[in-house]
Design a protein around this ligand. Structure first.
Ligand SMILES: Nc1ncnc2c1ncn2[C@@H]1O[C@H](COP(=O)(O)OP(=O)(O)O)[C@@H](O)[C@H]1O
Ligand SMILES: [Mg+2]
Length: 322
């Protein structure tokens, strides 16, 4: 038996009504995360990664499904409960430049969550700001600097400091290094991992970058048009990618330590918008293996190897599984 997960998401849906119909941004997604672990969420732009993270955090309300956090059902919460949750559940955004107020100094930006969410006195705020600056690697000389005076790496360190200053237990990291130079990405990823170890933090790490997700995640969930198509531990997934979409996604990126299955699967066409999706597998239109059934029936995720879930009608046949 495994421990009770810190987060459990059951059949989560987030729909957006638009003039052309209903956007099924997240459509029946389920997963669990254990404390101190990282779930990487990957997939092309528009597949619902950010919506998933934002909905779990109650930055927008879910359409259906259930969210359990630390054993408690938080699907519907009162204002007071939401305030309490905000301290425990935080988000780090992709682009710290647009998420930071240009008129706030580094000090003001990092202190802001404390001012909004606590009644801490100025002395305590100051101590905590300087503490967290040290933890995220921001030198004291930058304390009065403004975002435009800092480079991307330092700005993202402010974003991380703002997320951490309330001492949360769970953080959604939404493409936190995608806007950074490659040389700086590694520094920030290492910082996030170190902080995770020290604080037993749990992450959902959203990214479209497969080398990043491989580095940071314990488990990986691959999404396609609002749905989960494959989920497994990181090692398992990179060893055995079973869904045609995962294969295509992974074969599009040269990863130095993958030496088997070099066969390249072309992704035909573009990911479409998940407006009024037709019945059937969402990936069928781009899948080289799609049969008539795939266009009629949406596959349900099945455990095809231990703790390895795949939603594909042909997964066993195509991979020689029993
Ligand atoms: N507020 C919204 N209103 C309408 N559609 C939305 C809204 N937010 C996201 N979407 C749509 O939901 C889908 C998933 O978006 P998103 O979660 O941002 O994807 P990702 O983060 O994977 O790029 C996209 O088709 C997007 O256009
Ligand atoms: Mg996004």
């Amino acid at each position: 038996m495994s421990e009770q997960p810190i987060l459990e998401v059951r059949n989560l849906k987030k729909y957006f009504p638009v003039s052309a119909g209903i956007v099924h941004a997240v459509d029946d997604v389920s997963f669990t995360i254990q404390k101190g672990k990282t779930l990487g969420v990957v997939g092309e732009s528009g597949c619902g990664k950010s919506t998933l993270g934002r909905t779990v955090l109650h930055l927008q309300e879910s359409t259906a499904g259930q969210i359990l956090f630390e054993g408690k059902d938080i699907t519907h919460v009162s204002r007071a409960e939401l305030t309490a949750l905000r301290r425990k559940m935080q988000i780090i955004f992709q682009d710290p430049f647009s998420s930071l107020n240009p008129r706030m100094s580094l000090y003001q930006a990092i202190a802001e969550p404390l001012r909004i969410m606590t009644d801490a006195k100025e002395k305590e705020i100051e101590d905590r700001v300087f503490d967290i600056m040290k933890i995220v690697g921001l030198a004291e000389r930058y304390v009065n600097a403004y975002p435009h005076e800092l480079d991307g790496g330092r700005r993202q360190r402010i974003g991380i400091a703002r997320a951490l200053i309330m001492n949360p237990s769970f953080v959604v990291c939404d493409e936190p290094v995608s806007a950074l130079d490659v040389s700086i990405q590694a520094q920030i990823l290492n910082l996030m991992r170190d902080i995770q170890d020290e604080r037993q933090l749990t992450y959902i790490f959203v990214t479209h970058d497969l080398s990043v997700v491989k580095y940071i995640s314990d488990d990986i969930m691959v999404m396609y048009l609002g749905q989960m198509v494959e989920k497994a531990t990181t090692d398992e997934l990179f060893e055995y990618r079973l869904h045609p979409y995962t294969k295509a996604l992974l074969s599009a990126v040269p990863l130095p330590d993958i030496d088997h299955e070099k066969k390249h699967i072309e992704l035909k066409g573009e990911i479409t918008s998940p407006i009024n999706p037709k019945p059937g597998c969402r990936f069928a239109a781009r899948c080289p293996y799609a049969t008539e059934r795939c266009f009629k029936e949406n596959p349900v995720a099945e455990e095809v190897r231990p703790q390895h879930f795949v939603a594909c009608h042909r997964v066993r046949e195509l991979n020689g599984l029993a």
